[in-house]
Design a protein around this ligand. Sequence first.
Ligand code: GTR
Length: 390
Amino acid sequence: ILFIYRTNAQDAFNYEESKVPPFSLPDPFVSQKGKAIKTIQDWEFLRRGEIISLFENQVYGQLPRSLDNIRFQLVSEDKQAMSGNAHLKEIDIQVERNEKNIRMRLILFIPTKVNKPAPVFLLITHRDPENIDPTREVKMGFWPAEAIVARGFAAATFHVKDVSDDNNDTFKEDILNTLYPEQLEMENGMRGLGSWAWGAMRAMDYFETDPLIDANRAAVVGHSRGGKASLWTGAQDTRWAITISNESGCGGAALSRRKFGETVKRINTSFPYWFTDNFNQYNDHEELLPIDQHMLVAAIAPRAVYVASASEDQWADPKGEFLSLSLGTRVHREIYGMNGSFPSNLPAIESPLHLPYAGHHIREGKHNLTPYDWERFMDFADQLYGINHE
Ligand code: GTR
């Protein structure tokens, strides 16, 4: 008897384009009552809200509607960080509800050479906290804060653990148990990814108060599971000028109906605490989803959106990520009349495509967030903002 062992559980999934099943996608341009969506008015007051409700109810869960009390406390500061190139602020964002509170730590490096409010990149961090070391004794390519500051942007980040731990056993600690326990009882309640998006929005609440930050030029960035959360943030919260997904894959930028690489069933099995309970209904039934992920991209419109992939990250389905971007940004083009479009095929490796309202690149190499990715995000922001930061 010959046993074939699969050493990598990801091997059992489809990686062949020829085996992608035929599918038809839900239409962002028709309302639930069948009205054709043609104008900015239709989009902003009817269809966009419907799409967000569908994602709330079926995929990520709804965010709490109330924010009882938010406070910002500067816990440490260094005006000469990074050899004088940056002003470091560490801020505790405290949110209180029903006399209970949680704190989320925001790390923020603001370039000192800029004498006007700085545009900012916020990274939703799920990896080891050494990736975002505020002392900069450890410097990782995952968050190249020096390089971000050198280009005139503020570099901000928080760790998801402060809002909801990335762990099935402990994700309820912090905001869910402490502030919003009723969400846990709801089949469309907030879970892990929703909590992280909530955290990003609280960072934005802070940016709006800091005179050194240009909150109108803020980008939210996440890698992989963090990219799923950044898309969910940008889709709901219209304050972000740019929403960036790096290799977010299934439940992020990739179209679920392609079933290429990671599938809905697999993600709900491995990471049941990321999504709301209702998402389980679509295990092996992607065709029943009332949305697909191109509509998450669409919900960001008219604000800018960037989707990045990596050539060896087939688990995240680079082609499915690109298709979502190109289909989702039809709203930018067809409703808002923005110029430029994407080609029908996935662009070549390391040939970034930066349109006025959307960006894409596929980097050579493995699943990761790297300085190459960051430099492209900053190129895109420079172009969008039309600035040199001198
Ligand atoms: C994988 C997961 C992906 C992605 C990735 C990551 O195990 O299947 O959906 O989130 O982790 O976050 O790096």
